[in-house]
Design a protein around this ligand. Sequence first.
Ligand code: ATP
Ligand code: MG
Length: 356
Amino acid sequence: MKKRIAVLPGDGIGKEVTKGAIEVLQAVGERFGHQFYFQYGLIGGEAIDAVGSPLPNETIEMCKQSDAVLLGAVGGPKWEHQPAHLRPERGLLKIRKELNLYANLRPTSYYPSLAESSPLRKEVIEGVDMVMVRELTGGLYFGKPSKRTRKNGEDEVVDTLYYKRAEMERVIKLAFQLAEKRKGKVTSVDKANVLESSRMWREVAESVAKEYSDVELEHMLVDNAAMQMIKNPKRFDVVVTENMFGDILSDEASVLTGSLGMLPSASLSEAGPYLYEPIHGSAPDIEGKNTANPLAMILSAAMMLRLSFGMHEEAEAVEQAVNQVLDAGYRTKDIMTFGKKDASTKEMVEEVKATL
Ligand code: ATP
Ligand code: MG
């Protein structure tokens, strides 16, 4: 197959880990006979420095014409005190909007060889295999905010939790489609005992569930979900929820099985292209030191192979290579434990390629 991949390395360690993931993709191409064409675009602080905008139009156009987008990370102390329109993070919000990415998927799975890096006991996390599906375009983060001071001098502020039924429907459907291919269970998280939006969310989940007879649906209140995630994470398969609940719960889920440096994500739209990025940021504290963990980015590339290109065998080969490298004891600093082999970013990438 021939595929066009838009690559946006961004800032800080984004550049280092992106380079590693590209090398791994090239190795996949060679082994399986695919041709991947990489086109590079500017985003974030790098783009601000080069052309005065965190997301130039050329980057947007290039992404729209690609089969998938691979993004490193944006931001850093250098741009922290810029005016709002010149902040690297603006570039990230804008590319999500331009590509209509409405669902963010974050898988969390158990790596036996990393059990010691988790804050939870091995018995609790052994076998964890879940995907968080977070709605990305609606909810409190996009509702019209307002602030005023009343005549009596009292300050008032309002944020609005706004959703259209169709926005709920498409993300919940996606969760069911995922569950169908996994363990067949969807946990829909809401606060239906208090919020009107959550009552509609629940109603939509019920009606979508009728189209997927082989998927089990359970409803869970968000406070309980936050607790269950720690107490018994194995009970979850696909978890779907609105924007803010998803923001909070996906960070919670990410610490279950280990380091930030291990976790990939995918953001999906109706028509594509989808965008893949590690969940970690640009990590300015370790930039340029060749110590960043490239595995989150490499696993994001594996998600791209599977979800955007339908290359299941290829994706599995990458994931297995990552597992084998960990089993063989190679560790970047963030996942280092006693007695393991210290590996740099580049060495880790080399090991994954050699294993492939
Ligand atoms: P952002 O706002 O962009 O998410 P952040 O400050 O919240 O950034 P990160 O940039 O992800 O967070 O970094 C948080 C900490 O985790 C830092 O100390 C960083 O060094 C470490 N870290 C993040 N990603 C990695 C990685 N891939 N490998 C090793 N350490 C990492
Ligand atoms: Mg962060």
